[in-house]
Write a new protein. Structure first.
Length: 239
C-alpha cells in the first residue's frame, strides 16, 4: 500500500535542505522531481475559464521504451519511468509520459496521447524534452534547450516534425501555499522561444511540482495546477 505523506509538514522536514537560504540567492541542491514507482500527485487543475478538475499523475512502472529517434530515424531504447496522467474520476489514462533521469536533469523521451481510452498520437524527442534541470538552483541561472519533436498517428505514420527552443530560468525560492500545504519551493520560468508562451513552475525538494501557472502577456494567469495530495514512491528503476 502506498504511504500518504503529511504534505503540510514536508517543507519543514530536513531543515537545511528545504528552508530558504540567506547566501545571496543560492538555493540548496535537491531532487525537484523524485522519480519512484508508486509516486502519485493529485492536482487541482483550473483552466482559463475558471473551470476545475482533479488531475492525477502517477509513476506506474519501469519500462524499456523502444522508439525511432525523431532526428535520425534510428531506433533508440531507454529505460524509462512511465507516468500516467488522467482525471481523478476517469478509468482510462489520458496520456503516458516516458521519463529518464540524466545528469543534466529529468527528461521526456516519448509521450502517448490518448482520447477516450484509445491511442491518438505518439510524440518523440531528439535528444529529449527537458522537464526539470538539475542544480545548482541559483537565482538568475538560465539554460536553453533545443529538441526535435515528432508526432505519429496510431499507425506509426509521421504527421509532424519541428524543432523547438525553450529557455529555463531560476527565479529563486518562494514560499507557496496550495491545497496540499505550504512549501519552500524553487520557482522556474520556462519560455517557449518559438511562440513566446511562458509557464512558471514551483518545485519542492523531494516532492516535485507543487504549483504551475500559465502566464499571459498582461501578467495575469491563464490556468494553473495546484498540488492537492502526494504519495511517495516505493522503488527505483534499476540501472
Amino acid at each position: 500500500m502506498r504511504r500518504l505523506l503529511p504534505i503540510a509538514l514536508l517543507a519543514a522536514c530536513e531543515g537545511a535542505e528545504r528552508s530558504p537560504q540567506d547566501d545571496g540567492g543560492a538555493a540548496p541542491e535537491c531532487d525537484l522531481f523524485p522519480l519512484a514507482v508508486g509516486a502519485r500527485w493529485t492536482y487541482r487543475d483550473t483552466n482559463s475559464d475558471g473551470e476545475e478538475r482533479d488531475l492525477v499523475k502517477a509513476i506506474d512502472r519501469c519500462e524499456v521504451s523502444v522508439f525511432d529517434d525523431c532526428l535520425t530515424g534510428v531506433e533508440r531504447s531507454a529505460k524509462t519511468y512511465v507516468q500516467s496522467s488522467s482525471e481523478a474520476d476517469e478509468v482510462d489514462d489520458s496520456g503516458l509520459t516516458f521519463l529518464v533521469p540524466l545528469p543534466e536533469g529529468v527528461v521526456r523521451v516519448r509521450q502517448e496521447v490518448r482520447r477516450d481510452g484509445a491511442l491518438d498520437q505518439v510524440q518523440t524527442y531528439s535528444p529529449y524534452f527537458m522537464r526539470v534541470m538539475t542544480g545548482p538552483y541559483e537565482t538568475g541561472r538560465s539554460e536553453s534547450f533545443t529538441h526535435d519533436r515528432c508526432e505519429y498517428d496510431p499507425a506509426g505514420t509521421l504527421t509532424s516534425h519541428e524543432v523547438r527552443h525553450y529557455r529555463h530560468e531560476i527565479l529563486g525560492e518562494e514560499e507557496v501555499t496550495v491545497p496540499a500545504g505550504t512549501f519552500a519551493a524553487i520557482a522556474i520560468e520556462r519560455t517557449d522561444l518559438d511562440d513566446g508562451d511562458v509557464k512558471r513552475y514551483w518545485f519542492a525538494c523531494g516532492v516535485g511540482k507543487v504549483l504551475e501557472r500559465k502566464m499571459l502577456e498582461d501578467g495575469s494567469v491563464g490556468g494553473s495546477e495546484e498540488l492537492a495530495a502526494y504519495e511517495e514512491g516505493q522503488s527505483r528503476c534499476e540501472d
